[in-house]
Design a protein around this ligand. Sequence first.
Ligand code: DCP
Ligand code: MG
Length: 445
Amino acid sequence: MDGARLPGTPTDDGDRIVAHVDMDCFYAACERRREPPLEGEPVVVGMGFEPGETHGAVATASYEAREYGVDSAMAISAALGRLPRKVDAVEDPALDVADAGFYRPVDMEYYESVSERVRAIIHDCAPVVREVSIDEAYLDVTDETDWNTVEQWAARLKDEIRSTVGVPASVGVAPTMSAAKVASDRDKPDGLVVVEPGDVRDFFADLPVEDVHGVGPVTAEELDDLGIETAGDLASADPDVLEERFGERGLEIYSYARGEDDREVTPRGRPKSLSRESAFTEATDDRAELGDRVRSLAASVADRATSKDALYQTIGIKVVRPPFDVNTRARSLPGPVDEPELVESVALDLLDEFEGQRVRKVGVRVSNLSFTAGEQASLGGFESANDDTATTGPGADEVNDDGASEPAPDGQVTLTGAAWAEGDASDDAATPAVDGQTTIDDFCK
Ligand code: DCP
Ligand code: MG
């Protein structure tokens, strides 16, 4: 493969290859790992199922237990009603042992240790990994494989996890994170679904709108009111209506439904850039109002950089003119600094170019980050999911820390006119190659 491409940046044809790995019924699979007779049996992991206990919930259920209607987050009493405990069934002639299951208490320490092993394999096989929960990660594998061979690659990753750690995984592969996530869920358990470039919008079309990134149950209900039930409906909806109803987020979910998703797979830990944006309720060309907003965003971004011990070498602004005209400008400095006044003065300077123009959203960003000595990258492990960007309607702010594993090494700066959403991977240092691993390394090659 072309060694010049940095991890996380598009291939020549613009398509990244993103894999999403999600372990199958993870806690239950962990229990089976240490208690093999549970293989093939209905297994429920949760709390509150011992005699005398009344409260508790199901953390997860094996796929055999799901056939009885037992699932995550269900009250344990409801689960026991559908699937009695095996130990109770053998004692109680009114219960059928064949329709009973094995209940096990949650043991996070053990699940974390299994997760750690899975993570080790994933990191050895992919240069860029974003862990999003105890059993879930995104991988950018553009450099590891290509569209002709990615299915085999993913099958081998699954086999490697299964044979080395002893737990099953499902993998989705697609050119975007959103599609890869949906794909990994499509054929569970032990699933492997590849969505090729060009097929993403079709792949989404018939899915319920909840499957679109950024659409939760409340938004789904509101969309339903608008007659939008599927991702396909959302993709062909009127973006103005969506914006009016949901603000900026309306446009985001519209894009995701269309298969457009520029998010890069970036490791958690040190951010690649820090930005803050703010939308006006009504577009404005009032220089004083714009200046005030930029000043306060600049102060907030600089503050965040200081709190993260981040030095920045590039300061930029984003100016969105109605309806969707996104402009970014950035200026590089001779060296990395932590100077809040400079963020403000450069941002205001860059804003001058838009004098007299109506603006509906402004943002300030510092990028090309490096970190002061002593600050360790804290790759959070398979932590609970925590989206970096919280987008809200007009008048509210959006915070965005783009993750990256390493600081920029030598201050290469791109004065980009591209939207921030496209990221600035040119500032991103390549992750060092894996070395020394034997079996896993062989597999990775
Ligand atoms: N979990 C939990 N409570 C929930 C959901 C999940 O404690 N309401 C825990 C138990 C799961 C683990 O998180 O095993 C991973 O969550 P997933 O949503 O990935 O669920 P599973 O891995 O169990 O099942 P699936 O095969 O659907 O991924
Ligand atoms: Mg899972």
